[in-house]
Design a protein around this ligand. Structure first.
Ligand SMILES: *Cc1c(COP(=O)(O)O)cnc(C)c1O
Length: 373
């Protein structure tokens, strides 16, 4: 059957869906350039790597991979519950937090409903919304000239988009691709003021990169029954390849998601590694500390080279290269460095650069210093 005829058979939500654009894989650039030692700063992976103990636990679990994993994720949930001071029945495990975002959309949206999110938000929110045939209501972001939170979430603008058909509001804090974070007091006011028919997802994928005493939206659950907080093992925990994420919510919401999810959505090595990763507190502390130091260095050097950088609370920076963004991206690629173009996010003048190790960042900055427009 030809493609157009086949396309007419596809669910309307999927028909016009543009696929998610991942960062360019290292192997692909290796094949293209025929070189090694490629530096990938394109997918916000933890450049300092995972906890070695977590990797050992994952390897050990490989011996049992002929068995289905524990469908209830009992041990990981117990551990998370203890760590987060919630009950285990408030936790939903996902194949990455991406899985949870899609599950929430499947469980609560349909073609007559809408989801609200900010202009420069995580690409999965519009995909999950469109896929189930729902409407995206996009709130304009804070202005690029704002001194505190350029291009970040404008909570007032978001609140004004919420109507009687809004079932989900997505807020990433810190946000990707901008790296901005909203004040928790403002976010709490926003969440409190949402109508009862609206589920709010606070996406804390980059939570662990913030200073240690940073409050989490998980603390608001007792007073916000329609709140869902999502977290990931892909970013600071450095386990992106294993696909483990989770949501914390009321037991009622968790029970709904539990009905909609695949019974074995998290694999056996992932469950085992995540459990151990949670216990390796020193690994997260080191990651947080080194990322903060390197982020500061990268931002300062980018400024010195004449590029403005949006203040980031995460493990990446969004830097402004004006009309040279494409040329800089290509120049870096030719020199074995992969960063992330964000034109598909509506930000053609910017590049998103993940924070690497000291050696990787040095290479990035050295190559950037030789770029001539
Ligand atoms: C990376 C990311 C996620 C999803 O990561 P998973 O690997 O699916 O856990 C979710 N939200 C934001 C904002 C992200 O940047």
């Amino acid at each position: 059957m030809e493609a157009t005829a086949l396309n007419s058979l596809v669910n309307p939500g999927v028909r016009n869906l543009a696929p998610y654009v991942p960062g360019k894989p290292i192997e692909e650039l290796e094949r293209e350039l025929g070189i090694r030692d490629i530096v990938k700063l394109a997918s916000n992976e933890n450049a300092f790597g995972p906890s070695p103990q977590a990797v050992d636990a994952g390897k050990k679990a490989m011996e049992d991979v002929w068995l289905y994993p524990d469908a209830s994720g009992f041990r990981l949930k117990q551990k998370l519950a203890q760590r987060l001071d919630v009950r285990a029945d408030q936790i939903t495990l996902g194949n990455g937090s991406n899985d949870i975002l899609v599950l929430v959309a499947q469980a609560f949206l349909n073609a007559s409903l809408n989801a609200v999110f900010s202009q420069y938000c995580f690409a999965v929110y519009p995909i999950a919304t469109q896929m189930v045939g729902a409407t995206a209501k996009i709130a304009p972001a804070v202005s690029a000239d704002d001194p505190l939170m350029p291009l970040g979430h404008d909570l007032e603008a978001m609140a004004s988009r919420v109507d009687e058909n809004t079932r989900i509001v997505f807020v990433a804090n810190p946000n990707n691709p901008t790296g901005t974070s909203v004040a928790m007091a403002d976010l709490l006011d926003f969440v409190r003021d949402l109508p009862d028919h609206t589920i709010v997802v606070v996406d804390e994928a980059y939570f662990e990169y913030q200073p240690e005493d940073t409050p989490t939206a998980i603390g608001w659950l007792p007073e916000c029954p329609r709140l869902l907080v999502t977290r990931s093992f892909s970013k600071a925990f450095g386990l992106a390849g294993l696909r483990v994420g989770y949501a914390v919510s009321s037991p009622a919401i968790s029970e709904i998601l539990n009905r909609a999810r695949q019974p074995f959505n998290v694999g056996l090595p992932g469950l085992a590694a995540a459990e151990v990763a949670l216990d390796d507190v020193a690994h997260i502390e080191r990651t947080r500390r080194e990322n903060a130091a390197q982020r500061k260095l990268v931002a300062n050097e980018l400024h010195r080279l004449g590029y403005s950088v949006i203040p980031s609370a995460a493990n990446f920076v969004l830097a402004h290269f004006g009309t040279h963004a494409d040329a800089v991206f290509e120049y870096l690629l030719r020199n074995g460095i992969i960063v992330r173009p964000v034109a598909n996010y509506g930000l053609p003048q910017y590049l998103r650069i993940s924070i690497g190790t000291a050696v990787q960042n040095e290479k990035l900055l050295a190559v950037l210093g030789t770029f001539e427009a």
